[in-house]
Ligand binder design. Structure first.
Ligand code: ADP
Ligand code: MG
Length: 618
């Protein structure tokens, strides 16, 4: 790589003009970012960053990369001088982090800079001093192979700019964020960040992203993450490969600080892709909480434009929807959730998402108000699923037995969250508490099941399962009825017309603010079915209030909620049993579509412990 390295040259003016110019240097963190990118482009395996006073007083970045040949060190500080880009054509397939040739020039204009560099093949290093923006070449020096750059007194000569700097503590935090981003993007590189002499981040450079996450968020979180993958390409060469490490839904945080996106080796910000990640958890995580995930995306270099943002913090994918769905799928893969056909996907994507086991469908539950429904018990599913021996159910954010973020103690002492796919053991209902909870016994202790949340989960998966099979469960009305609607109900109905049809509403428009109801969803509760016009209005009102989910998930979750048994409904023994069996058949039985837990579990071991009994062998 050293000998093959192209010379540093000035970009031709027409190329320079095409570069998204910007004020690259606005704070210490931007200096650190540019210097890290240079070190990474130089192929460094070890990078050390030192800052004093948040980098305002001093920043030093040391790498063991390819170095700069002595005859080019001065050129490196010229504006638009780069070894990475030759022609305008290269701009459309950038393979390096830097390419504008601006950073060293901009840093040298904003601070006093000292650079020492030695290509591995050379015997001596060369040094450069920049004072008052003037470069002085100082010839040979002794040094290890690689490059060290130090920038002192940022903006000292530019008081107007210096005034915009924040307190050293917050500048230090911004620097740490930048180093964190790159440590996660380059697990094969060993990073060390020292702030005022204190080591604040150190990644081992093993190449395993989990080790990098451990360095950033701690070993405990890292051990809970699961790997997922999506690798997609179409006939036209549109491609995206996504590797993720994602936390279980029970691991959630109050902000997005634990979401990390990397695209072609660049740490990026993207609202849309953050949304793709969070959508993968839709219905599994409480509203307003955010998952932990490291998402690494690789696309062919000509399918991403990195030249849209001055600090390159944002990129533009040529096939954004394609990347969106690959990210979504990879996260679903990691968390062990069935892929969900998404309304955003192109038809070919959807096909891929449909490979869901048909067993998703949990049996129908004979409901008290539904004398017509079959009373024969649905086929039992998962009866011989082994009891897991764990004390907590995934997604058990309940205040009851466990704190939300508490890691789960497995029997062998290893901390591990149960997979979303962990089926329930066969549960034997023992009665209702408060006409709200079903008490049940399983192979490992006691379960307390929220009857509404559980039924919601069952119905929700049934609706999604039917959608994936292209089925519709509609109950035609003997006589169509006219439902008059408020303007907002009417416009909502129009905007989700497809979704309504999908779940079984057969509606015709009138010329006024009313709809003709010809059929209702088969799942609808008796009272709603008896008065379909009212049922439709109530459904639309609830849909409007459902702000936490979007798209078809929202339509389905609303139906599930509207159709599910309520707290206060009396369930006889057979109905309790049928509900539990149906829940056992669910893909993700542990939480309702909104992410609330469906149950609490008190294991035998935990019962014994609570009563001070000696441990029993199983
Ligand atoms: P760019 O990175 O956009 O090319 P810079 O101003 O950041 O522009 O750097 C100019 C040139 O100096 C780079 O193209 C590269 O050849 C050289 N360079 C800068 N930093 C290093 C480094 N740490 N190791 C090796 N070469 C470097
Ligand atoms: Mg650079």
């Amino acid at each position: 790589m050293v000998s093959a390295r192209p010379r540093i040259q000035l970009l031709p003016p027409e190329v320079a003009a095409r570069i998204a110019a910007g004020e690259v240097i606005e704070r210490p963190a931007s200096v650190v970012k540019e210097l890290l990118e240079n070190a990474l482009d130089a192929g460094a395996g070890r990078i050390e960053v030192e800052v004093d006073a948040g980098g305002i007083d001093r920043i030093r970045v040391l790498d063991d990369g390819c170095g700069i040949p002595p005859d080019q060190v001065v050129d490196a500080f010229e504006r638009h001088a780069t070894s990475k880009l030759r022609s305008e054509h290269d701009l459309y397939a950038v393979r390096t982090l830097g390419f504008r040739g601006e950073a060293l020039a901009a840093i040298a204009a904003a601070a006093d800079v000292d650079l020492t560099t030695r290509p591995a093949a050379d015997d001596a290093a060369s040094t450069v001093r920049v004072r008052d923006g003037r470069v002085q070449h100082h010839g040979a020096a002794g040094s290890a192979a690689g490059t060290s750059i130090e920038a002192r007194d940022l903006f000292a000569a530019l008081p107007a700019r210096r005034r915009f700097l924040r307190a050293p503590r917050s500048e230090a935090r911004a620097v740490a964020q930048v180093v964190t981003d790159y440590a996660l993007a380059y697990p094969e590189v060993a990073f060390r960040l020292t702030s005022d002499g204190r080591t604040v981040l150190q990644s081992p450079g093993t190449g395993d992203p989990r080790d990098a996450v451990a360095a950033v968020h701690g070993a405990e979180i890292a051990s809970l993450l699961r790997a997922g993958h999506a690798d997609r390409a179409d006939e036209e060469g549109v491609a995206a490969e996504v590797s993720v490490l994602a936390g279980p839904p029970s691991l959630h945080r109050a902000n997005r600080g634990y979401l990390h996106l990397v695209a072609n080796g660049r740490a990026i910000q993207s609202r849309s892709l953050a949304h793709a990640i969070e959508q993968a958890y839709a219905g599994l995580m409480p509203a307003g909480r955010h998952p932990v995930a490291l998402v690494r995306i690789t696309v062919p270099p000509d399918q991403v434009d990195v030249n849209v943002h001055p600090t390159k913090a944002e990129v533009r994918f040529r096939h954004e929807r394609f990347v969106w769905s690959a990210v979504h799928a990879a996260v679903r893969d990691a968390i062990g959730a069935a892929p969900v056909a998404d309304y955003r996907l192109s038809p070919s994507d959807t096909d891929r998402s449909l490979s869901v086991p048909a067993s998703t469908e949990a049996g129908a539950i004979p409901l008290p108000w539904d004398p017509g429904a079959s009373s024969s018990p649905p086929a039992a599913v998962g009866i011989d699923a082994p009891a897991s021996g764990r004390e907590v159910i995934a997604g058990a954010q309940g205040r009851g037995f466990v704190r939300p973020d508490e890691p789960i103690d497995d029997d062998d002492g290893r901390e591990e969250a149960p997979s979303l796919r962990d089926r329930l053991p066969a549960l034997r209902p023992m009665g209702q508490v408060d006409l709200t909870y079903i008490v049940a016994e399983g192979a490992d202790g006691m379960y307390l099941v929220d009857q509404h949340a559980a039924h919601e989960r069952v119905l929700y998966e049934q609706v999604l399962g039917r959608r994936q099979r292209g089925e519709q469960a509609s109950q035609p009305l003997l006589e169509a009825v006219v439902a008059s609607l408020t303007p907002s109900q009417a416009s909502l109905a129009a905007s989700v017309a497809d979704g309504l049809a999908m779940i079984g509403w057969v509606l015709d428009e009138t010329d006024g603010a009313a709809l003709i109801v010809r059929a209702v969803p088969a799942d609808l509760r008796g009272p709603d079915r008896a008065d379909p016009a009212r049922g439709l209005r109530e459904y639309l009102d609830r849909l409007e209030a459902e702000e936490r989910l979007t798209g078809p998930d929202r339509v389905a979750a609303t139906l599930a909620c509207r159709a599910a048994v309520m707290a206060g409904d009396r369930l006889d023994a057979e109905q309790q049993r049928a509900l539990l069996v149906a829940l056992e058949g669910c893909e993700t039985p542990h939480s309702c579509p909104h992410g609330r837990p469906t149950m609490l579990h008190l294991s035998r071991a935990s019962l014994d412990r609570s009563f001070g009994r000696p441990e029993r062998s199983r």
